[in-house]
Design a protein around this ligand. Structure first.
Ligand SMILES: Nc1nc2c([nH]c(=O)n2[C@@H]2O[C@H](COP(=O)(O)OP(=O)(O)OP(=O)(O)O)[C@@H](O)[C@H]2O)c(=O)[nH]1
Length: 129
């Protein structure tokens, strides 16, 4: 499964993270907004779609910059996950949670402290500052 995620950085240097709804897998953990790439979908287009659906932000696909990826090994019948992380500093609108339990803007040290899924711990190393 391919997942795309966005590290959206505001002018003050902080990044947007969202808290997963408690009832879901990884419930209560903080993650980058994003989601699954649909079959035949371009990853950037998937991320633009997910950001609109999840946090009501409009982005231009060209404003997404690839920063790195993280993967967990598939085993048995589980195919595994690859998460492609993009960053962006330009978008239209104000982030409003459509699905997340909560949204927050965090600096680098706060990001390090947030409870996160294992792949996000790996993704965090790509973010400077
Ligand atoms: N969006 C996002 N997903 C992540 C991150 N880290 C991470 O392990 N994931 C995992 O990657 C998958 C993302 O798919 P999703 O966000 O569409 O999952 P979902 O269950 O909410 O979607 P669904 O309800 O449509 O099936 C989930 O298994 C999620 O736990 C992250 O930083 N951002």
């Amino acid at each position: 499964m391919t997942v795309v995620a966005a590290a959206l950085q505001a002018n003050d240097g902080r990044w947007l993270m969202q808290q997963r709804p408690l009832a879901k897998q990884h419930g209560g953990l903080w993650e980058f907004p994003g989601g699954k790439v649909e079959h035949g979908e371009n990853p950037r287009d998937a991320l633009v779609r997910e950001l609109q659906e999840e946090i009501a932000l409009a982005l231009h696909p060209g404003d997404l910059k690839p920063v790195g990826f993280a993967e967990n090994g598939g085993r048995d019948s589980h195919p595994g996950i690859v998460i492609l992380l993009y960053s962006a500093t330009r978008w239209q609108g104000e982030a409003i949670a459509q699905e997340a339990a909560e949204l927050g803007w965090f600096d680098r040290s706060e990001m390090a402290e947030l409870p996160k899924p294992p792949l996000d711990v790996a993704l965090l190393q790509f973010l400077a500052g």
